[in-house]
Write a new protein. Structure first.
Length: 335
């Protein structure tokens, strides 16, 4: 029997995940949805046979035929949703960020340990993107030697009205924090955030773009340009500079055309387009692992570690200068 999933939050990501579970991946179906916006929950549920609509996430989790939970509500709502899922011993795939700050993420890490077995995968989907996985595989061969520097660019067309200067770090750069930890296999120890004069196209008061420099435990440097109102497209690029060469992804060269004296290609306009394959693979891998009774993929520890780095980044944004990351000791539970 297919895995019955309750999707919590039926906004942009939740609705896309419902479509993915119903139409793209195998082995699962959506049996309940919850959104504080009742009309949204009902509209999404109406498109799925036998799917219950709720406004209360806990009621959705208690609904008939629910074996697992996909959390796609905003970051500040994740702690409550995961806590409720753990109380029912339900496996969870939680959209990034695990939570918007390290203190709440650490509470969840402690709750999962008290629960006694791992239940939660965090939605750092870049680990499933074909370009990222090929870069990771290349680095693991050792051919290029040790990564010395990682240059990353993360550009969005425009930011949502609720987006704050802090969220450029905690919501957007969170992806590069995870990618840096995953690609280098190293913890991040310090963060410096620099703020150029904001773009005239950024909403009033938003520090956009920002330039982030991260230092890792083994002495590698990772920089990130985060620019969430670039206007022209959705671009995520990464170049690793290693001892014997470099490797780079995200140039978007899948299709290059030459015509009328010019050459070029198109640029994705948002993440649902650029990372479609990554989300498909991520959700399929989560469903497959859950059906085997396993938890794979990015853990709550990865979610907490990213939040700890982002906290240091937000402090650097406010106070200026280099801020050291305060990271708890990694328990054996997450090794
Ligand atoms: P959204 O605003 O489009 O949707 C969020 C939905 O959650 C809304 O419908 C809202 O009414 C509902 N909601 C709010 N509080 C709730 C609660 N307590 N319980 C249930 N529902 C609640 O936001 P989104 O862009 O879909 O983002 C959702 C999550 O996905 C966030 O964590 C975000 O960071 C993440 N996200 C991830 C990616 C990625 O690339 N992996 C991309 C975009 C967003
Ligand atoms: C959003 O929540 C995402 O996760 C996107 O992948 C990212 O590009 C964007 O900046 C975030 O706000």
């Amino acid at each position: 029997t297919p895995l019955g999933i309750a999707v919590i939050g039926t906004g942009r990501m939740g609705t896309d995940h419902v479509r993915r579970i119903q139409e793209v991946i195998s082995g699962a179906r959506v049996t309940a949805v919850a959104d504080v916006d009742e009309a949204r929950a009902k509209a999404v549920a109406a498109r799925v046979d036998g799917c219950a609509a709720h406004t209360d996430p806990v009621a959705a989790m208690a609904s008939a035929g629910v074996d697992a939970v996909l959390v796609a509500s905003p970051g500040p709502a994740h702690e409550e949703a995961i806590t409720a899922a753990l109380a029912r011993d339900l496996p969870v795939l939680c959209e990034k960020p695990l939570t918007p700050d390290a203190a709440s993420a650490l509470r969840l890490v402690e709750a999962e340990q008290a629960h006694g077995r791992r239940r939660v995968q965090v939605g750092f989907m870049r680990r499933y993107d074909p370009e990222y996985t090929s870069l990771k595989a290349l680095l693991e061969t050792g051919q290029l030697g040790r990564p010395l520097m990682l240059h990353q660019r993360h550009r969005n067309v425009a930011s949502a009205s609720f987006f704050t200067s802090e969220m450029l770090i905690s919501d957007s750069v969170a992806h590069e924090v995870d990618a840096t930890r995953w690609l280098t296999g190293d913890e991040i120890t310090a963060v410096t955030v620099l703020r150029p004069t904001p773009s005239a196209n950024a909403p009033e008061g938003l520090a956009d773009p920002q330039f982030v420099v991260m230092e890792t435990a083994s002495g590698a440097l990772a920089d990130v340009e985060i620019f969430v109102n670039c206007g022209f497209g959705y671009q995520v690029q990464a170049e690793t500079v290693c001892e014997r060469g470099t490797a780079r992804i995200g140039d978007g060269h899948a299709l290059v055309t030459a015509m009328a004296g010019r050459w070029g290609g198109s640029i994705a306009q948002d993440w649902t387009e650029r990372f479609a394959t990554a989300y498909d693979r991520e959700v399929q891998a989560w469903v497959d692992a859950t059906r085997r009774g396993e938890v794979t993929g990015p853990s709550m520890w990865d979610g907490y570690a990213a939040a700890a780095v982002c906290d240091a980044g937000v402090r650097s944004l406010h106070e200026g200068g280099r801020v050291e990351v305060e990271l708890a000791e990694r328990p054996d539970f997450y090794r």
